[in-house]
Design a protein around this ligand. Structure first.
Ligand code: AMP
Ligand code: ZN
Length: 155
């Protein structure tokens, strides 16, 4: 399955899996998306959902792909929930090395959770003061109003 107009990087691990040159534990596929089990899971059933096109990070993904991705995420999650009796799940995505991205073909992690599985992925801390939070929201909002659109600006 493939389309000539889709970007491909022959050196990319996930492009090679998508092309069938490397194996994967496939869970779901359609014309736009492939989903397979993560080889080093945070929990059994941890699944990676990838677009077939080679888009290194979220910022490179054309907005037109979003619907296909979202549909696949839901299909796979419903299957995971039925199979593993999930009580919850994470849908996570890492972008750039500073955020822990190791494979530069954008992918979405579906990580099964149960209430007492002991995973601790979240450690939020409140803002030092409410003013700082308000100022940050205002400044972001002015930047967006000032012309950032579509999330396709230079990183
Ligand atoms: P990230 O750190 O967000 O870039 O995630 C990359 C993920 O890909 C990690 O969770 C790896 O365990 C997973 N991974 C790497 N190689 C493979 C592979 N051949 N098959 C399945 N998952 C893989
Ligand atoms: Zn790729």
């Amino acid at each position: 399955m493939g389309r000539a107009d889709r970007p491909v990087d022959e050196g990319c691990l996930f492009c090679r899996i998508i092309a069938g040159a490397l194996p994967c534990a496939r869970v779901y596929e359609d014309e736009h998306v492939l989903a397979f089990l993560d080889i080093n899971p945070m929990a059994p059933g941890h699944t990676l959902v990838v677009l077939r096109g080679h888009y290194p990070t979220l910022l490179d993904v054309p907005p037109g792909e979003a619907g296909h991705l979202f549909t696949a995420l839901k299909i796979v999650t419903v299957a995971l929930r039925a199979e593993l009796r999930l009580e919850g799940f994470h849908c996570l995505q890492n972008n750039f090395s500073a955020a822990g991205q190791t494979v530069f073909h954008a992918h979405w992690h579906l990580i099964p959770r149960t209430a007492h599985d002991g995973l601790a992925l979240w450690a939020g801390r409140p803002y030092a003061d409410g003013d700082q939070m308000r100022r940050l929201a205002e400044s972001l909002s002015s930047r967006i109003a000032g012309g950032l659109s579509g999330g396709t600006h230079e990183w």
